[in-house]
Structures are given as C-alpha cells and as structure tokens.
Design a protein around this ligand. Structure first.
Ligand code: F6P
Ligand code: MN
Length: 328
C-alpha cells in the first residue's frame, strides 16, 4: 500500500497558495481535530446540553457551541498570520492586534441541535485577506465570497473529515486514530444531475411560490413534470447535508420563507453560505440564493447577515432557477 498523504504534506505541496495562508489552514485543521475529541466525549466530559444563554442570533447556545468557539478563538489568537476573527457565537469581530495576513470567520459547531442526539455536526470556516497596515474593523470583513482565500469544514460524523479548498479544487481528509489528517479524496466533484433533494419540509406552507412549485414537481416523481422519482434527505446540519452532496450529488435548499418576512433566510452568509458556496463551486456545483444569483457575488452588508441558499448539482440548481423565472 502507498503511504497516505498527511495534511502537512498536502499543504506543503500547494505552492500556489501563500505560505501564511497554509499556516492558518493548518492551525484551523489542528483545532478541528481537537474539537472532534471533545465532541466525541459527549456525556463523558459533561459537555452536552444548553449553556443557559442565547447568542447574537437569539439562538440557544449549547455548552459545546461555547467550548468549540473558545477553542478556535484561542488557536487563531496564537496564529501569527491572523489579524482578526468573527464567529456565529460572537456579537462582534475580535482582533489579534496584528496587521495584514488573514481574517477568519467560522461557525464553530454547525447543526448544534444535533449534538445531544448524537447526530453529525461540524465546523465551517472561511479565510479572507486582511487589510495591510491597519488593525481590521468590521467593514474589512464584509468582502464578497469570491474574495475568500480558502474555505473548509470539518464534519464530526461516523468518520471525522476535513474538506478544503485553497486555490483550486476540493480535497478531503479523514482523521485517523492517531489524530492525523490523511488525504482520502483528492478531487471532489459534484455530479451535475441528481434525484435527491434536501429541504425542511415542515416549512412548506411558508415558502414562496417558486420553491413550492419546484418541490411539488420533485414530489410528483415519474408521472410529474420532472419525469423521475426523487428521494429526500435532511440531516438538519448544513455541514452534513452539503457533505452528502459533495459525495454523491443532490440539491440543498434553505430558502426565504414567510415566517419572518424581513429575514432573508436562516443561514448566515459570512461563515456558512460563503465557505460552502466556494467549496461547492470548486467541486463543479452551483450555489445561489434562488437557483440563479451566485451567493459568492453578494456584497455583504452585515457580519451576521442571513441569506437564502439553493446549492448542489448544477442542473438541478438550474431547475429551481427555471421555475423561479416562470413564476416569480
Ligand atoms: O446553522 C443553522 C442550521 O443548524 C444548519 O446547520 C441547518 O441546515 C439548519 O440550521 C437546520 O434548520 P432546521 O431547524 O430548519 O432543520
Ligand atoms: Mn450553523
């Protein structure tokens, strides 16, 4: 058997990416390996359950949201090329006092409602260039997703995996028993066609008409307009639903809905939608707000901005766009 490629070897081979960027990725990856151990400890470490307060999004924080957030903060604070960070679990940005280098935004534990029931969760991160010659402020974080220097996520599932995009392509690593990331998927590619969709069906009555019509077409199966039967999956952790799409195709929707009409969607642009969109596009898929408009082109206006998400297999995302144009 050939010797597996470690993350360190892989990063050393990525000479098109800035060495400082690779150091930041290595730092986040190492922290994710440590988070994986804490998550795996579950009830044994007393880390399950609610923390007893809400975050800036008014969501109940789990103890593990707080623990994992603090682990990433501490790691990035000690990582020389990092000038600032922002997290789902922090009201405002934090700076390290350094200038230049990179900004990191993250969702420390995506899908945290899954933790207490032992279902997959993950960490999502986005790395952006920091301004030179100044300590960054919040405005410096508000860069379109296309400007990301790198993006990735760790999935704490039956296997712990790290999925990364640096300058091109998407590679995936699996954490071995010794705590080392080993390259297991060199170039992930999302099939253009699919028969599998992921959406929270319980929100159906709140959706806009085009999304209703698109899903209705899927539900009609072989005898409907799509002429094929569809399957449905919903893990309720974006990181796991997107991972499935990277592995075998599919479409994921968290659309705008009428529950809170002024809220653009549920998922957050800066540390959920943007990093996942870069990964999906680099793997040949599409990531949009509505089947048409690419998420990566959005100009962010707020750190915790929300955005509707329609991503996955390219031809299927186009189908949502086609419905939208006919009926919006
Ligand atoms: O971070 C928000 C999130 O947990 C996503 O990971 C996931 O896709 C979604 O919320 C699940 O939402 P719902 O509660 O509607 O299933
Ligand atoms: Mn999340």
């Amino acid at each position: 058997m050939t010797k597996p490629i470690t993350l360190a070897t892989y990063l050393a081979s990525q000479s098109a990416a800035d060495a400082a960027l690779r150091a930041v990725v290595a730092n986040v990856a190492q922290t994710c390996a440590e988070i994986s151990r804490v998550v795996a400890g579950g009830a044994l470490t007393g880390s399950l359950g609610a923390a007893g307060h809400t975050n800036v999004q008014d969501e109940e924080q789990k103890k593990l949201d707080v623990i994992t957030n603090d682990m990433l903060r501490a790691a990035l604070d000690g990582c020389a090329p990092v000038a600032g960070l922002a997290s789902e679990e922090l009201d405002t940005i934090e700076t390290t006092g350094r200038e230049g280098g990179f900004l990191v935004t993250f969702d420390p534990l995506d899908g945290s409602s899954n933790i207490d029931v032992n279902v997959s969760v993950g960490t999502i991160f986005s790395i952006l260039p920091a301004p030179a010659g100044k300590v960054p402020d919040e405005a410096d974080f508000l860069q379109p997703g296309r400007r990301q220097a790198a993006a990735g996520y760790a999935l704490y599932g039956p296997q712990t995996m790290l999925v990364l995009t640096l300058t091109e392509g998407v590679a995936a690593f699996t954490l071995d028993a010794g705590g080392e990331w080993l390259l297991t998927h060199e170039a992930l590619s999302i099939p253009a066609d699919t028969k599998e969709f992921a959406i929270n069906m319980s929100n159906q009555r709140h959706w806009a008409e085009p999304v209703r019509r698109y899903i209705d077409g899927c539900l009609q199966g072989k005898t409907g307009p799509r002429g094929k039967d569809f399957n449905m999956r919903w893990v309720a952790a974006m990181v796991a639903d997107v991972h499935r799409i990277l592995m075998r195709g599919g479409i994921f929707l968290y659309p705008w809905d009428a529950r809170e009409p002024d809220r653009a969607g549920k998922l957050r642009l800066m540390y959920e939608a943007n990093p996942m969109s870069l990964i999906v596009e680099r793997a040949g898929g599409k990531s949009t707000t509505d089947g048409v408009a690419p998420i990566l082109d959005l100009q962010p206006t707020k750190l915790h901005q929300r955005v509707p998400v329609v991503l996955g297999s390219a031809n299927e995302v186009d189908q949502v766009g086609a419905v939208d144009q006919v009926g919006a």
